[in-house]
Design a protein around this ligand. Structure first.
Ligand code: MLT
Length: 313
């Protein structure tokens, strides 16, 4: 009817797409400073973020009673205090599918870059050193170990098979039927996977179970000369342990898209390792993924708010 519009604040960088919907007022602020988000939040029915904004107790308390829905423009909800949000009766939604292809492609990019020494060769060539002695590794017939065979892990498996790699995965939450359908071998345990693979890539959410899942002891179980990739969440592969394994020569090379603390400080341990390819949490940053993510999360949030209104809540 003639009731006031429902208001949605988007406080992180994304492509929100269409913003005009009858009954709604959507405000897009690509990079809203945290203080501003906290100050303005009480005027909104929903907040949409990416991983930059920490939806913690402080933010939820600042919101006040009007806020009903928190939308995460992406997959991982580790930036949100889910327990506190649910205690406050907030509905938390994500966009679980829109950026999966982009994330998988970035992981494969890191795998290939590591195998061929991209970062070292790039740095040397720019410095005027023409080094053609470096020998990389061919991926064909090597074994890729995937930890977490969910949506993104499955896409990585498919692409690695396209490179004629053999794929083994460890994921206690996925049934045998899915492994069979994907033509992926199941590793019964994490140790079993680590012992068998030439490269490992992680595709799990960040939880208490996965934080530090690949630490010093686990990396030591990889074959000498293996490759490690983390395009999931900072800290699933322990940061110090990864750099030590690169520096000792146990690992051939590695690639990371994520840090425990983002952005990293200039003295971050990763910046010490030349054979570590680094990107700035860009897994979801493609033109295509951001178009889909914006549309998906705005659509889900509006539908939830709409349902809330029709239920008379
Ligand atoms: C995700 O979890 O989908 C990514 O972190 C997306 C993002 O970059 O916001």
């Amino acid at each position: 009817g003639s009731s006031a519009p429902l208001r949605v604040l988007i406080c992180d960088e994304m492509n929100p797409g269409q913003l005009e919907f009858p009954g709604f007022e959507i405000e897009y602020e690509g990079n809203l400073p945290r203080e501003e988000t906290l100050r303005r939040l009480p005027e909104f029915d929903a907040l949409i973020t990416r991983s930059r904004t920490k939806v913690d107790r402080e933010l939820i308390d600042a919101a006040g009673p009007r806020l009903k829905v928190i939308g995460r423009g992406g997959v991982g909800v580790d930036n949100i205090d889910l327990e506190y949000a649910s205690l406050r009766g907030l509905l938390v939604l994500n966009a679980p599918e829109s950026n999966n292809v982009s994330a998988a492609e970035l992981a494969v990019m890191h795998l290939m870059a590591a195998a061929r020494g991209l970062t070292v060769s790039d740095a040397k060539t720019r410095a005027g050193v023409w080094d053609r002695k470096f020998l990389g590794l061919e991926l064909k017939d090597r074994t890729l170990g995937i930890i977490g065979l969910g949506r993104i892990g499955s896409m990585v498996a498919d692409r690695a098979q396209g490179l004629r790699m053999k794929v083994v995965a460890y994921d206690p939450y996925v049934p045998d039927s899915k492994f069979e359908r994907l033509g992926v071998e199941r590793a019964a345990t994490l140790d079993d996977l680590l012992a068998r693979v030439d490269a490992v890539t992680v595709h799990t959410p960040l939880t208490d179970e996965t934080r530090g899942m690949l630490g010093r002891a686990e990396l030591a179980k990889l074959k000498k000369g293996a490759i490690a990739v983390n395009a999931a969440r900072g800290g699933i592969i322990d940061e110090e342990a990864l750099v030590e394994a690169l520096e000792s020569g146990h690992l051939f090379a590695a690639g990371v898209d994520v840090f425990v603390h983002e952005p990293p400080t200039p003295d971050h341990v990763f910046l010490r390792a030349p054979n570590l390819g680094i990107t700035a949490h860009l897994g979801a940053n493609t033109v295509e993924a951001q178009e889909r993510v914006g549309a998906e999360i705005v659509g889900r949030v509006l539908a939830a708010l709409h349902g809330d209104v029709s239920r008379g809540a």
